[in-house]
Design a protein around this ligand. Sequence first.
Ligand SMILES: CCCCCCCC/C=C\CCCCCCCCCCCC(=O)SCCNC(=O)CCNC(=O)[C@H](O)C(C)(C)COP(=O)(O)OP(=O)(O)OC[C@H]1O[C@@H](n2cnc3c(N)ncnc32)[C@H](O)[C@@H]1OP(=O)(O)O
Ligand SMILES: Cc1cc2nc3c(=O)[nH]c(=O)nc-3n(C[C@H](O)[C@H](O)[C@H](O)COP(=O)(O)OP(=O)(O)OC[C@H]3O[C@@H](n4cnc5c(N)ncnc54)[C@H](O)[C@@H]3O)c2cc1C
Length: 652
Amino acid sequence: MDAVNKVINEDLQKERDKCKFNVAELTAFLDGGDKFTQKRREKENRVFSIQGLRDAVPDEYMSHKERYENAVRKAVIMHQTLGTLEDKTLTEYETARLALRATTSSAIFKENSPLMLHYSMFANVIEGQGDEKQREYWLKKINNMEIIGTYAQTELGHGTFIRGLETTAEYDPKTEEFVLNSPKLTAYKWWPGGLAHTANHCVVMAHTYSQGKSCGIQPFMVQIRDLETNMPMKGVKLGEIGAKLGFNTVNNGFLGFENHRIPRDRMLMKNSQILKDGTFISSPNSKLTYGTMVYIRVSILGTMANTLGRAVTIATRYAAVRRQSQPKPNEPEPQILDYVTQQHKLFIGIASSHAYYISCFWLWTLYHRVTKELAVGNMDNLAELHALACCLKATTSADAAVLVERCRLACGGHGYMLSSNLPQIYANVTAANTYEGENTVMLLQTARALVKAGMQVAQGQKVSPSMAYLADQSKMAKWDSSVDGIVKGFQKVAAGKVAACLASLQRHTNNGQSAEDAWNLTSVQLVAASEAHARVILLSVFKSEMDVQTLTLSGETRTVLFQLVQLYTIYWALEKVGDLLLPTTTTTYSVSICDTAMRCDGWMDETSLFEKSTIQTSARTGIAGLVLSGLVYDSAVYPELVHQSLTSWPLQ
Ligand SMILES: CCCCCCCC/C=C\CCCCCCCCCCCC(=O)SCCNC(=O)CCNC(=O)[C@H](O)C(C)(C)COP(=O)(O)OP(=O)(O)OC[C@H]1O[C@@H](n2cnc3c(N)ncnc32)[C@H](O)[C@@H]1OP(=O)(O)O
Ligand SMILES: Cc1cc2nc3c(=O)[nH]c(=O)nc-3n(C[C@H](O)[C@H](O)[C@H](O)COP(=O)(O)OP(=O)(O)OC[C@H]3O[C@@H](n4cnc5c(N)ncnc54)[C@H](O)[C@@H]3O)c2cc1C
């Protein structure tokens, strides 16, 4: 086996030899510096050299129970190994970045670790929601694995709607305890990773009552299993929820309570408190309880970068070694990588993975700034962080799922084999469309902020920096196919969609609908506006961060990184060409669209991308030709792709 591994496929080697940039330099750039590449490699080499972490039998040939036990066995080895490699000299940012870039866990667990929630949400919720004493007490135990935990929020009846949670925690001042109950089946916690058999503690989000009054949803540290026997504690009912598309080694479980009592100090009291006598002291902002979700939503951008990066690496390598068909007689079958359609499928995956890394690091920086501000009672930027985290989590996970599936298809029949690992990678990414805030719901959260900002702009008020473009009333005199020009075009599209939403909300309320019904009737447009805003952020952050961060890199590496920026931007311009053209088309065309699904009447006049004179004097195909020819001639990166889109363009 080792001898086979050492022989590198000739075609693959040929492709590697063609590389025009310094791979080590690009790697260090993504890792955050040479020092970190070295640390990452050290970690990976150590983990991958452990024989016990290799599966004797492929996962898919094991029973469900065997798979779980195998995952627990490996999780223990991983913990012991990684514990010895921990570097206490690193900052929190550096540690997080290293954790994100290291591929150890995804290489060892095809369907993730049963300790996934312990490391991610459980540890973070204590950090973010516990008071000083609680943090000191619990974090030590968590880091030493004296306890194993998870995050239990979702219930059978409610996942998205947290305020609808039915698990109750009622304070009893006589015993200074909380009494936990699941009043009905729909109140059972449902989904938490590791809950089925692995965790012995969890943070439970419960509707809290004291002195007969509701104190909202609060987090509680609850011991659910005996540390010696691993049997459920008195008044605790536990089990596994069953087989899933993926995540089968994550051990997702259910949890119900029947008069289960916990001491008062098990309520995590950083933000809200219940005093011994039952007096409730409310958090300065009820949304602080949701802080852990914001943290994970930020991390998901990085997870998508990693996961998509793995899929597109597998598929691109395969495309280099796979030969198929014979377009030219008497010549060998070409590598499928040479087919432009294959490049079209794969290269956008490479560009997107880089765009997500860069956006994750950018958002992470904002997250830390806002966390520091919150620590001193400044909530000014919380809403902006939340709005960004929601739409970026949703858009990157949705795109990553499409692109991973494309990688799978790009490998033909072999991509359908579990041995390609692409089906499992797909199952992992598509899960992120649902967990940590279902994507449509997340986009609607950002839409709330966009609608508010739109109204503020209309009243001449200042809005948050990421939405400031909504206030820019200038028109684009002509199409500008530079990256900055396309970003500007996307800003106009997003602003147009927000304006259309405002008009629609207004129209529905004028027609006598309630605000809630008007929102629901406008929600397809609201989701579209939110996605458009996410595109503005992803495109502009990718470009502006690259402008700054690549200054010290060699010319070759900068060139290839900017080709990715250009490809990413042009790809999305072509994907959304309808949106970019919509304001430029004739009134007849826009009306026919508006009258059907989009109902965006009213926005042509107000938010046209081009000057009015251009619209009036340009025929529909003339404008289309102008835009597309701009892309054709200015796109050095991907002329074939643009040419293809041109030839299949329906408006010609
Ligand atoms: C270099 C750095 C890299 C970083 C990497 C770190 C390294 C780590 C490496 C790897 C980590 C891997 C991580 C991946 C592992 C992931 C595993 C996770 C498994 C899944 C776990 C789960 O799914 S847990 C359950 C998650 N559940 C949800 O997300 C539920 C979603 N629902 C909600 O959030 C809410 O119910 C809602 C937002 C949809 C609605 O809330 P509510 O009804 O209360 O609010 P309103 O709609 O009435 O809004 C009121 C008001 O509040 C605002 N708001 C809502 N939420 C927030 C918030 N979180 N923060 C701030 N503000 C919020 C809302 O917008 C409204 O504002 P208005 O001003 O009134 O409009
Ligand atoms: C792999 C995986 C791991 C998970 N791990 C955990 C965990 O460790 N801990 C935990 O607590 N939870 C966990 N979850 C649960 C997860 O957080 C929820 O599934 C998620 O929040 C969505 O909630 P739901 O399943 O109730 O979907 P629902 O909210 O019922 O959504 C169903 C549909 O209704 C739509 N919808 C719902 N509300 C609205 C609305 N207001 N407006 C418009 N449309 C709406 C949605 O868009 C969606 O199409 C996990 C889930 C998965 C898939």
